[in-house]
Design a protein around this ligand. Structure first.
Ligand SMILES: Nc1nc2c(c(=O)[nH]1)N[C@H]1C(S)=C(S)[C@@H](COP(=O)(O)OP(=O)(O)OC[C@H]3O[C@@H](n4cnc5c(N)ncnc54)[C@H](O)[C@@H]3O)O[C@H]1N2
Ligand code: MOO
Length: 406
């Protein structure tokens, strides 16, 4: 049996990173970038008007007031998008719209509200504002060649908008992992079916498939098997063909019908460990085969879920160019029952109250008690300890990916 730290160390040594691919901007949301994005031109690209109004030489209107307006002759017009490079002569003004290129010789834009308005050949100016006012200068936001977005960044609407601003219609991004999930257990029936004596519903498949989607992974195969070695060997064979990461639940401990380890061996998977000193989730297999990671999770739903979040979820994120989620610390509001020789994981709640993060563990501690997860927003954890951690002690927690601190 190895420790949680050792299990992480071994899995980390086999972490996968997908090969980058060119992705059009419409499909980039939620992906991690596999390249730095560099500004192909300055932003703004050219000096342009920030207001609809008149391009002027400031000195021509410097003393204008409502009581003593100054009149200038209007010539030409500059709507946004105009390629014309006009030149402003002294004593004149040019009507200009927001976003239009500044004419040569102009140093200020007076907005139309501070004038007699568009449409006449003679314009009265009622105020000049400040020299340089209402002009967006070329490069004031970004210089050509500046790094806009770093490799590894998760693409959100902010990145999509920035790429579009610079006319970038595709970028190199990491592929999302393909995940296969296999549930084994002759006692399992699917929700919607009728239960026979001694049977239970298969909660692990829907539980893990739905959790996986929050990582961005693509679930390419789900299968439920009876406890028969050839069924597991066949399913592993097709999972290895289709998926980057394979997860099984059940059949991984000491029972007479626990075939995961032997089926993995038959498929030529190299085993790295099969037991971790933790509760829940102690029977836990990890193996690798030709750029595939294979996780044999225990059948108990809480155990399967805890191990999925602790070990598999980070690998799904890393495959797609991300990083393992960061754990935080809060203050216990009730005692946390530790295990003497095992690392303990429990569902719990984290609230922000009186300036601190307050953590309360669930009272449902059994690894078959999946309803302990209802209302939980975090997984709390503590290393092996002879006594419970008392209220007031610090406790480590991981926020569930779909939850918030309340
Ligand atoms: N002699 C020993 N027995 C057990 C040990 C042990 O070390 N020695 N470990 C116990 C622990 S801890 C766990 S956890 C379980 C893990 O066992 P398996 O991974 O082999 O899982 P199964 O025996 O197939 O199932 C365990 C439990 O979970 C239920 N189950 C299975 N699959 C599903 C599913 N898809 N949806 C809902 N529930 C599921 C199954 O009916 C069992 O009740 O082993 C202990 N035993
Ligand atoms: O490792 Mo098991 O999950 O304690 O029931």
């Amino acid at each position: 049996m190895i420790s949680v730290e050792e299990a992480h160390k071994i899995i980390n040594a086999y972490s996968l990173l997908s090969e980058p691919e060119d992705i059009p901007i419409a499909n980039l949301l939620g992906r991690r970038l596999a390249e730095d994005i560099v500004a192909p031109f300055p932003q703004p690209r050219f000096h342009n008007a920030a207001m609809d109004g008149f391009a002027v030489r400031y000195d021509d209107v410097a003393t204008a007031t409502k009581e003593h307006p100054i009149s200038l002759q209007a010539s030409g017009e500059l709507p946004a998008g105009s390629a014309e490079q006009l030149s402003l002569a002294a004593g004149k003004c040019i009507p200009i719209m927001t976003g239009a290129k500044m004419p040569d010789g102009a140093d200020t834009v007076v907005k139309v509200e501070e004038t007699s308005g568009f449409g006449a050949s003679e314009i009265s100016f009622y105020s000049a504002g400040k020299k340089g006012r209402n002009i967006r200068l070329a490069g004031e936001e970004i210089q050509s060649g500046d790094c806009l977005i770093r490799k590894g960044t998760l693409v959100t609407p902010a990145e999509i908008g920035t790429l579009a601003t610079f006319g970038i219609h595709q970028a190199k991004a990491f592929r999302k992992p393909k995940l296969a999930i296999i549930a084994s257990g002759s006692e399992l029936r699917e929700p919607g079916e009728t239960l026979g004596d001694g049977e239970i519903y298969n909660s692990n498949l829907p539980l893990l498939s739905s959790a996986a989607r929050f990582s961005g992974a693509e679930v390419v195969m789900t299968k439920t098997l009876r406890d028969a070695e050839h069924e597991m060997t066949d399913a592993l064979g097709s999972a290895i063909l289709q998926a980057d990461i394979v997860v099984t639940t059940g059949g991984v401990s000491e029972g007479a019908y626990d075939f995961v380890r032997t089926a993995m061996e038959k498929r030529g998977v190299e085993a790295h460990f099969a037991k971790v000193a933790q509760k829940p989730g102690m029977p836990f297999y990890f193996g690798t085969k030709s750029r595939r990671l294979l996780f044999g999770l225990p059948g108990n739903p809480v155990s399967a879920f805890m191990n999925f979040m602790e070990y598999v979820y980070p690998e799904l994120l890393k495959f797609a160019g991300g990083e393992a989620p960061i754990k935080s610390q809060g203050v216990l509001q009730a005692p946390f029952k530790c295990e003497k020789k095992k690392h303990r994981f429990l569902f719990g709640t984290v609230r922000f109250e009186a300036g601190e993060l307050r953590c309360t563990p669930t009272g449902k501690t059994g690894s078959h008690m999946l309803t302990a997860m209802l209302g939980a927003n975090a997984i709390l954890e503590a290393p092996a300890n002879d006594a419970p951690l008392p209220a007031g002690e610090k406790i480590i927690f991981s926020l569930l990916p779909w939850a918030q601190i309340f």
